[in-house]
Design a protein around this ligand. Structure first.
Ligand SMILES: [Fe+2]
Ligand SMILES: [Fe+2]
Length: 166
């Protein structure tokens, strides 16, 4: 199995998009199922954002300074997703705005994934060798082990507060 950072992140994206599609196809009245799917989304997004914020983004910023603007824009997109994820995690699936908020989260994250995969990950692939990408991937897998699973956990909360204050 590859530990290439970009391969690993794209695998996460695929899994996240699958849950998005399941939500979109769940139908009007599947309140319980949609609640479960959103809980799954929250977990996947919390972990994925954590490993990108902690490892991938700072490494790319350091090694490929030309990509700084892309990385900074991506941090801001993570922040928007964090806010929606935090709100959704405190919301009941039968709340009036639950579906609407989830739909906005899905739209935002799909746009963000597209920018990563189509715009700046290819430049990272070009700029870094396979060996470097594997080292970053291995560090991400280690970070995954200690990643928060929900936005209410202290390390996730701290990340959101830092993003607001900085
Ligand atoms: Fe991202
Ligand atoms: Fe990503």
């Amino acid at each position: 199995m590859s530990n290439d950072a970009i391969v690993l992140l794209k695998q996460d994206h695929k899994e996240i998009k699958k849950v998005f599609r399941e939500f979109q196809n769940a139908g009007e009245n599947a309140t319980q199922r949609k609640g479960d799917l959103v809980a799954r989304m929250i977990e996947l997004l919390t972990v994925h954002t954590y490993i990108e914020n902690e490892v991938m983004y700072p490494e790319v910023r350091k090694l490929l300074p030309d990509l700084e603007d892309d990385v900074l824009e991506s941090y801001e997109e993570h922040h928007v997703a964090d806010v929606l994820v935090t709100e959704l995690s405190a919301m009941s699936p039968d709340a009036e705005r639950f579906d609407a908020k989830t739909t906005v989260l899905i739209e935002n994250v799909l746009h963000h994934i597209e920018e990563e995969e189509d715009e700046w990950f290819p430049k990272v692939r070009e700029g870094l060798g396979r060996k470097q990408l594997t080292m970053i991937g291995e560090r991400m897998q280690a970070a995954r082990m200690k990643a928060p699973r929900s936005p209410a956990q202290p390390s996730a909360l701290k990340k959101t507060i830092d993003a607001v204050l900085n």
